[in-house]
Design a protein around this ligand. Structure first.
Ligand code: BGC
Length: 332
């Protein structure tokens, strides 16, 4: 009898232990499955890569800013990639990496049409739409271009110089690169505009490698070698700043200088009358619109293949208008 009771009690203890374990297991499972679903990460539906000429260049940071604005407005992730210093080979590697990563679209400055065409075509063949920005490669299979009409911008620079200067003009050009497609167009447009003007002599064209310091060194050398130069034309964003620095070192304060881009330093030099005119580009808009354009293309919306952003000339009296324009919503 005692033995029987012992078995009954033991059996009941085992049953209650089992029941407790099952209950605890059910509770734990319930807690785990009740984890709110909001912790799961939802990725944007489009992933684009924007490949610039130079990572920390103020001009390209404005392009990036435009692309970030598009990220705020649309369901898209934009990766900003660029070599530390201007380097077309590295840009090509970045395109290749973007192809391997199977991104949904590539926005790239096609700084040299011949070099960039094979990789642009490779991406398009792999089903990845490519938009060129700032510098076009019209003979590649890129789906569209957004940016300045670079040849036109050179012609308006030439016209501004002719309008502003009286008498003989001895002009030297500091250009971002002798190989870059857009820089060549900016120089060619300028040359074509002045070619029928006997009062204008083009003294020399030198490259700055888009570096402010190299622009200064090249300008300094030209000023020393050709003391009759009275005008400088800088065709990339930091060239004007370099030209002015060289002129200041040599104490030349009566040069006519026409530069590119409304970066704060250029605007300040315009205000101080050290730069006489600036060719305005729209880098923020290029960044914003390039992302919008790629989204349209992905959604099968109609789009234009060539999208020229606004280009104009400003001089000191236009500064207040420009500042007002920026105050009224231009995010640059
Ligand atoms: C050009 C860019 C270039 C930048 C360099 C701009 O004027 O449009 O292509 O990278 O200057 O500072």
């Amino acid at each position: 009898m005692k033995r029987h009771l012992f078995f009954v009690v033991g059996f009941m203890i085992c049953i209650s232990a089992l029941a407790t374990s099952i209950y605890s297991f059910v509770q734990v499972t319930r807690v785990e499955t009740n984890v709110p679903s909001s912790t799961s990460i939802s990725l944007p539906s489009s992933h684009f890569v924007l490949i610039a000429e130079e990572e920390n260049n103020s001009y390209w940071r404005l392009v990036e800013k435009g692309a970030r604005e598009a990220e705020n407005q649309f369901d898209v992730l934009v990766e900003y990639k660029a070599p530390k210093r201007s380097n077309p080979e590295e840009q090509l590697k970045l395109i290749d990496m973007a192809i391997s990563a199977k991104v949904d679209g590539i926005i790239v400055q096609a700084v040299n049409e011949e070099m960039f065409t094979p990789l642009i075509n490779k991406a398009v063949d792999a089903g990845i739409p490519v938009i060129t920005i700032d510098t076009d490669a019209p003979r590649s299979n890129r789906v569209a271009y957004i940016g300045t009409d670079n040849y036109y911008s050179g012609t308006i620079a030439g016209k501004a110089m002719l309008d502003d200067m009286e008498g003989d003009i001895h002009v030297a050009v500091i250009t971002g690169s002798l190989e870059s497609s857009h820089q060549k167009l900016r120089v060619q447009g300028f040359i074509d505009m002045i070619s029928n003007e006997p009062r204008v002599t083009l003294v020399e064209v030198e490259a700055s490698n888009i570096s402010r310091l190299e622009a200064e060194l090249k300008a300094h050398q030209l000023m020393e070698e050709h003391p009759h130069i009275n005008t400088f034309y800088g065709t990339s964003a930091l060239d004007g700043i370099g030209i002015v620095a060289a002129a200041e070192k040599l104490g030349l304060d009566d040069l006519y200088v026409i530069a590119f881009d409304t970066l704060p330093e250029n605007l300040s030099l315009l205000e101080q009358e050290k730069i006489d005119a600036i060719v305005v580009q729209e880098p923020f808009e290029m960044g914003l619109k390039s992302v919008e354009l790629l989204l349209d293309i992905r959604e099968g919306q109609p789009y234009s293949m060539t999208n020229h952003t606004h280009t104009s000339i400003i001089r000191k009296p236009d500064l207040s208008l420009l500042q007002e324009h920026q105050r009224l919503g231009d995010k640059q």
